[in-house]
Design a protein around this ligand. Structure first.
Ligand SMILES: Nc1ncnc2c1ncn2[C@@H]1O[C@H](COP(=O)(O)OP(=O)(O)OP(=O)(O)O)[C@@H](O)[C@H]1O
Length: 739
């Protein structure tokens, strides 16, 4: 990463030049020539030959790094020596600057939000949505068929209708249920369908229905008929919840959940008691298959269905080896066809995926025998082209906005504000928004930046949920005397399993405490797969997805089972605008291009007077301020909080560094679009509330620092050094990307 090329500094040193010229007259003598030369260069204030200069001529506030060191007042990585009074002075001058230009305060330049931003080149929307076109929800239940037509019998049929309010099957259910219900069918299945089209019921209903239709006495000791494997704990828990819900109509059938993060001992006890459906994640299932005798006993003679949900994610997360081992063990368990003659005479394998990548096909080849592809997705390319792609649901309202890096945070604030205002006026009740970010540290930063500390949040879900309190300066729409109706949540893989589960449960369920409020979840891609969170109205992709499949899964958290939904993708001006061409084939209904200023910032920041967080007693202005002044004040409020709160500063610096590192992991085929070299890192730092880029991009924990120190002391060899770095990177990656 060529950080230096992109280095952007907010501090100017007007006096520096003159002093350096006088220094050049100084003579240096004695010592080694290298040291003399170094000293002379230092006094002349010239960069070292061979080292890259930080001279960014033409860039706002740029200057030599050494000069900066001498003059830094509020460098984010230095201990801040700037006083509150000093920041106030800068902020005052900046707020007074109506035109939004950069302001030189003493020896500082605090860059303005609205200047020096890269131009947006997309002037025309090449995939414009036809607002007049008739839209039929593509993943909605069908009008003509019923579950009875598909062979689903009582008591499941009436339970679906009366308790789950599900009357008609979706198109994928219509295709899958008859196939899985029939003993005569000898094919394995590859189910490929749009997000939110009801794949879970498509396989659970025929399995349960087949077991119930045997009309033999069944209880939890009869054995496990199905093994369902999901890539994440959240998804496994959700499938388990659906299974629990369905088996309420036949309580003698018992599902069991096996996931990491839970106590293995209690899982073992449950397995010993007996269960008819096993749902879990690959690692934990394999662990039990290798170490718990009871699980094999449960499967002996009864196991007939193995389901792999979200196949592409299973492969992406590197579970291929575990899956091979699982299959090797279960294929060696004998099947007694005489005990359950009405069930298939062999194990049927089902692979589900909303996307059809090469790795899923590979998994299909490994796990499926003579499989049949069942897809409700459109064909792509020529008629003889076998490949199919899942597209975004037709009823989804897709928006794209191109936002300069400096303005990302304030635009997000404005967008959240606009959504809150819009839905607080409607009768819709509780509204839910999910915001996807690239890494856990960035989730932590945004959660911290937007929510406010309040003791009442502790009644909710520990530290992962916070309320917005009265008089908050976090959202522009809230006046000081208003009680905001916003609750924030965060979800990423670095949180404990208990917190993750309870956060999701709290976010998804309707409770009195959250009734009528806007619930906002900051999350990583850990929440993008398969999660069925009811009534998510808006999905915001603040950070672009790491591949198109992730994009489809993220936006697929809304517009589910025929419901309406909206998603907004943030891109940065320049190369990132090219991403629109990549996702175009997946959005056949088109999208709307939103202007970040006119469509998002102006509605939020006009006709208001955003208060400064350091001037509680200020007199209210009679006239509303201009929208850009309000936006600037809002941003300065965040910057001030960071300058004055060292813990928040750490969170911001970590969020920024991890964000950059995550950005470098975009897939090779998209490097021409997402390349860290194209990003103005200083501008991006601004959207993490930082006035300049943190010096050390790889922030080390004290444990890592100790490890490095020890390694240096022991004069480690090259091989050991390589292993140490690899270990640290693996740890970092696991932390950041959270699976
Ligand atoms: N026939 C139906 N009628 C109405 N709602 C349904 C029907 N089938 C499923 N649903 C509901 O649709 C939602 C989405 O179902 P599900 O989670 O199984 O979708 P999916 O296809 O697995 O999505 P993803 O690909 O995102 O994992 C659930 O809330 C489910 O209860």
């Amino acid at each position: 990463m060529s950080e230096d090329n992109d280095f952007f500094i907010n501090l100017a040193t007007p006096d520096q030049q003159s002093s350096s010229s006088s220094n050049s007259l100084n003579k240096v003598s004695g010592g080694r020539w290298k040291d003399r030369r170094k000293l002379r260069m230092l006094m002349d204030n010239r960069p070292n030959k061979g080292k890259r200069s930080n001279d960014n001529e033409g860039r706002e506030g740029s200057f030599n790094r050494k000069e900066k060191k001498a003059k830094t007042h509020d460098g984010m990585n230095d201990t801040p020596t700037v006083t509150t009074a000093h920041t106030k002075q800068i902020d005052q001058r900046l707020s007074q600057n109506k035109k939004g230009n950069s302001v030189n305060v003493d020896d500082q330049i605090v860059s303005s939000l609205f200047t020096s931003n890269r131009e947006i080149t997309t002037s025309e929307n090449t995939n414009k949505q036809d607002k007049d076109a008739e839209v039929v929800a593509s993943n909605a239940p069908l009008a003509t068929n019923t579950f009875a037509d598909l062979g689903i019998e009582e008591p499941l049929l009436s339970y679906l209708s009366t308790k789950m309010n599900i009357e008609k099957p979706t198109s994928i259910q219509k295709l899958v249920i008859p196939h899985l219900s029939s003993v005569a069918n000898d094919n394995d299945l590859f189910i490929h369908a749009q997000t939110g089209s009801g794949k879970t019921l498509a396989y659970l209903l025929p399995i349960l229905s087949s077991v119930l239709n045997m009309k033999t006495r069944i209880d939890r000791k009869s054995g496990s008929f199905a093994l369902i494997i999901a890539p994440t704990r959240e998804l496994a828990s959700q499938i388990y919840d659906v299974a629990i819900n369905l088996t309420n109509c036949c309580r003698y059938l018992v599902p069991c959940l096996l996931i990491g993060g839970e106590r293995k001992k209690s899982e073992k006890a449950r397995l010993r008691k007996g269960c008819n459906l096993i749902v879990g994640t690959p690692g934990r299932i394999l662990d039990h298959l290798q170490n718990t005798q009871a699980i094999k006993e449960q499967m002996t003679s009864s196991l007939r269905y193995v389901i792999l949900d979200e196949g592409d994610k299973l492969m992406e997360l590197g579970f291929e080896e575990s899956l091979r081992n699982i299959f090797e063990i279960i294929h060696n368990i004998p099947i007694d066809t005489a005990t359950f003659p009405k069930l298939p005479s062999r194990i049927m394998h089902v692979l589900c995926s909303a996307t059809l990548k090469e790795n899923v096909k590979q998994l299909g080849n490994v796990t499926l025998k003579n499989y049949k592809l069942i897809s409700n997705s459109q064909k792509k390319g020529k008629s003889n082209d076998e490949s199919v792609i899942a597209v975004a649901p037709d009823q989804l309202q897709q928006d794209i906005t191109i936002v300069p890096p400096k303005l990302r945070l304030v635009t997000l604030a404005a967008l959240l504000n606009n959504i809150t205002v819009k839905h607080s006026k409607s009768e819709d009740g509780t509204y839910r928004t999910m915001i996807f970010l690239s890494c856990a540290d960035s989730v932590d930063f945004h959660f911290e930046a937007f929510s406010t500390m309040d003791s009442s949040h502790k009644d909710l879900v520990e530290g992962a949920v916070r309320l917005l309190t009265k008089g908050s300066t976090v959202f522009p729409c809230f006046k000081e005397d208003e009680e905001p109706n916003v609750i924030f949540y965060k979800l990423h893989g670095s949180l404990s399993q208990q917190i993750r589960s309870s956060t999701l449960r709290h976010f998804a369920s309707n409770k009195d405490a959250t009734k009528g409020k806007h619930l906002i979840l900051f999350c990583t891609d850990v929440a993008s797969r398969g999660l069925d969170l009811p009534h998510v109205g808006t999905v915001i992709e603040l950070d672009p997805p790491f591949n198109v499949e992730d994009h489809l899964h993220r936006i697929g958290r809304t517009a589910r089972a025929g419901r309406a939904g909206e998603s907004i993708l943030f891109l940065m001006p320049g190369e990132e605008e090219g991403y629109m061409a990549v996702i175009k084939p997946y959005h056949k209904m088109g999208w709307t291009l939103l202007k970040f200023d006119k469509d998002i910032l102006m509605p939020a920041f006009s006709e208001t007077n955003v208060g400064r967080n350091d001037m509680k007693d200020r007199k209210k202005k009679d006239v509303d301020l201009e929208w850009d002044t309000n936006a600037t004040t809002w941003h300065l409020n965040v910057e001030r909080r960071i300058l004055e709160d060292s813990e928040f500063k750490d969170v911001a610096s970590k969020g920024y560094s991890s964000h950059i590192r995550a950005y470098t992991t975009h897939i090779a085929s998209e490097k021409a679009i997402f390349n860290v070299k194209f990003i103005h890192l200083g501008h991006l730092a601004k959207s993490f509330g930082l006035r300049e880029k943190p010096k050390t991009m790889g922030i080390q924990t004290s444990k890592q620092q100790k490890e490095i120190g020890e390694a240096k002391k022991s004069k480690e060899g090259n091989k050991n050094k390589m292993w140490r770095i690899a270990r640290m990177t693996a740890k970092d990656t696991a932390h950041e990307f959270n699976y």
